[in-house]
Design a protein around this ligand. Structure first.
Ligand SMILES: [Zn+2]
Length: 303
């Protein structure tokens, strides 16, 4: 229990009460263990209205495995009027990202210009702070009110350029939205690596000593790579844990194996740990343990 509590505190920079962690572990059991050992250090939260005569909302939490699969952690059905506290209120030190698709939906109701909307996505997908700032300056130039609206939201909640790197997940969309909309922004790790490897042929990596490289194209410096620190100034490698095209140019020039530089969260062992636990089935209702507590009742129905 102490190990579990310690790991949650370390990975998510939150301070849950011992009883909260105990209840989570008790309720989600093996799922929490599997998620903790094999998934990326990020949790997707979402809610939807139950489409039936019941007045309820379905809330759920999912993890993301090595193969960008969705790993269920917990779900709950609540009354429609229920006010759920935000994660930011409960754990203010925990990094909190918005789904940019949701943010965009509110933005486009206020601002109709397609060029500005495109720039919102460009700012969200920028991996470097300088590129984000350039985008924001362009938005300000085009429409000051749109800039004010966006500037009112902390960039750490919606732009890759401000995301921390420990989760090894650079998603800007809530993974559940992607299931619903069938529009996957995230490619599987192997595909990303192959794509980046193809592009790496454009670059020349100049050795600087101790794993440092300057990566150039036609004598123009593009990025700086540190193979020992597993990072590149473009930040793609830092954010995802998958070497970027610049890093691959450096790795190839050292004649090294690419997989050695891919984060452990994508390795087969992590995936095996993720699904190594058992999810026990449910026995016939008549054999269920009697708790002595009132039975659960379905949510109120809509008249
Ligand atoms: Zn790079």
């Amino acid at each position: 229990m102490s190990d579990f509590l310690g790991q949650v505190r370390k990975d998510f920079v939150v301070q849950p009460y011992r009883t909260q962690v105990y209840r989570a572990k008790l309720m989600a059991g093996e799922l929490v263990e599997g998620w903790l050992h094999g998934c990326r250090k990020i949790i997707g939260l979402d809610a939807c209205h139950v489409k039936s005569y019941h007045k309820a909302q379905l809330l759920w939490a999912v993890g993301i495995d090595a193969d960008n699969g969705y790993y269920p952690i917990a779900y709950a059905v609540v009354e429609k009027e229920c006010h759920v506290e935000s994660i930011g209120d409960i754990w203010p030190t925990c990094e909190h990202r918005f789904c940019v698709r949701h943010m965009y939906a509110s933005f486009k109701k206020k601002f109709k210009d397609d060029i500005i909307r495109g720039k919102l996505w460009k700012a969200a997908r920028s991996t470097k702070i300088e590129d984000f700032q350039t985008c924001m300056a362009e938005i300000k130039e085009l429409n000051e009110n749109a800039w004010k609206w966006l500037n009112g939201i902390s960039p750490s909640q919606w732009s890759k350029s401000f995301f921390s790197v420990h989760s090894k997940c650079d998603m800007t969309l809530n993974n559940l939205c992607e299931i619903v909309n069938g529009d996957r922004e995230v490619l599987e790790a192997r595909k990303v690596l192959d794509l980046e490897a193809k592009k790496s042929g454009n670059f020349v990596a100049h050795w600087g000593g101790q794993g440092h490289y300057q990566v150039s194209i036609n004598q123009t410096p593009i990025a700086m790579v540190n193979l020992k620190g597993k990072n590149c100034t473009c930040r793609k490698w830092n954010l995802t844990g998958i070497p970027c095209q610049h890093a691959i140019a450096a790795i190839y020039s050292e004649c090294e194996d690419l997989m050695k530089y891919v984060d452990i969260c994508y390795h087969k062992e992590s995936q095996m740990k993720c699904y190594g636990d058992v999810m026990y089935g449910i026995n016939m209702e008549k054999y269920w343990t009697k708790t002595g507590r009132p039975p659960l009742i379905p949510p109120r129905t809509v008249k």
